[in-house]
Write a protein that binds this ligand. Structure first.
Ligand SMILES: *Cc1c(COP(=O)(O)O)cnc(C)c1O
Length: 355
């Protein structure tokens, strides 16, 4: 089989060795002659998987003392509501930065639990940049933002500075670069962009959050329920957690987040350099806000589209069609995408000039 260069925006590329190991465990897990998929989640074999996954998250992200890590379900989309439920307090009001479709959806959910003030938005320019220089009120229970905007290809280069508790949807750039976890009260991320297969949602929460004056939270939406039971309050998404654990082991083996960050920066400079050099292409996101994970770009000459599509398909590139709300192309370069795949895309872009 020819190698496919997988630029899927999510679920996304995972390391081949991780997929292979996962396949083995589906057939025979831990030498039990049973599939990972047919054993009790409370068996000691699986309990150690959850423990290792939790430990690896803490180790790789350098999660400080006073924080807990757990895996829940519902994806980041339920995380929008869960974060609001768990963070709303005496002010009955929250602040949101609207930087795209996912922030927009988070804002919608926050309205179920309190008042929402959108303190900044780039909606009027189809989210092509990260808003800057806005004020954040102090009479809110928390500020929420989306660190990387998967659809529009923008990314916060700095953590917003604020005195109110900070909440972040880190779905599409967690484990891609170093972050100072101590700046946050709550982080959540769907597994399927940089951690593993869809199913699990990662929560990193400051324990202080549970001690605040909070509203009544339904059991399954209360992060404390899942933290107290070490992600085993009910049956967890076993496959997603297992493969995430394998992928985190893999990340550790290549040198951790810092080593991965260098690779991600190399991929991003390679592709953005070609977008800027090649007169046939133009980047969508404001230069200073460009995402290292999702690169959005368009052709400057629409008549070249058929030729470009033919060339990248022939090069075994998959998944670069842009999201319908942006158009053009989107190259998602999550952790497992090798630099060599980016070189293939760059070569195709060069080839278009002489085609
Ligand atoms: C993909 C994505 C989501 C949605 O995740 P689900 O797990 O499908 O609910 C939310 N936020 C961001 C930033 C995303 O990239």
């Amino acid at each position: 089989m020819a190698k496919v260069h997988n630029y899927s925006a999510g679920p996304c590329i995972l390391p081949q060795e991780v997929i292979k190991e996962a396949a083995d465990a589906v057939l025979n897990f831990d030498g039990l002659d049973l599939s990972l998929l047919e054993i009790s989640h409370r068996s000691s074999n699986f309990v150690s998987v959850v423990e290792e996954a939790t430990f690896l998250v803490k180790e790789l992200l350098e999660v400080p003392e006073g924080y807990s890590v757990c895996f829940m379900q519902g994806g980041a989309s339920l995380g929008f509501l869960i974060s609001a439920f768990n963070m709303i307090g005496d002010h009955k009001k929250s602040a949101y930065i609207n930087t795209g479709t996912w922030s927009d959806k988070a804002i919608k959910e926050a309205h179920f639990v309190g008042d929402v003030e959108v303190v900044a938005s780039s909606k009027e320019s189809n989210f092509n940049h990260i808003p800057k220089g806005f004020d954040i009120p102090t009479d809110v229970d928390y500020l929420h933002y989306t660190s990387n905007n998967t659809i529009f290809g923008t990314q916060f280069k700095e953590i917003p500075s604020t005195s109110v508790p900070l909440v972040c949807d880190m779905s599409s750039d967690i484990f891609s670069k170093k972050v100072d976890i101590s700046k946050f009260d709550l982080i959540y991320a769907g597994a399927q962009k940089n951690m593993g297969p869809a199913g699990a949602t990662l929560y990193i929460v400051k324990d202080e959050v549970f001690k605040r004056n909070r509203i009544k939270i339904p059991t399954m939406l209360n992060i404390e329920t899942h933290v107290k039971k070490e992600s085993m309050f009910n049956t967890p998404p076993v496959f997603s957690i297992y493969v995430s654990m394998l992928n985190l082991r893999h990340l550790k083996s290549i040198g951790g987040v810092e080593a991965q960050q260098k690779i991600n920066e190399e991929k991003a400079s390679l592709l953005y350099a070609e977008i800027d050099r090649n007169p046939l292409f133009k980047g969508v996101a404001a230069t200073e806000d460009r995402s290292t994970m999702n690169v959005t770009f368009v052709l400057t000459d629409e008549s070249k589209q058929a030729k470009f599509d033919e060339l990248w398909k022939a090069a075994n590139i998959s998944g670069i069609k842009g999201h319908r709300s942006v158009g053009g192309y989107r190259a998602s370069m999550y952790n497992a995408l090798p630099v060599s795949s980016v070189q293939v895309l760059v070569d195709v872009m060069k080839a278009l000039e002489s085609a």
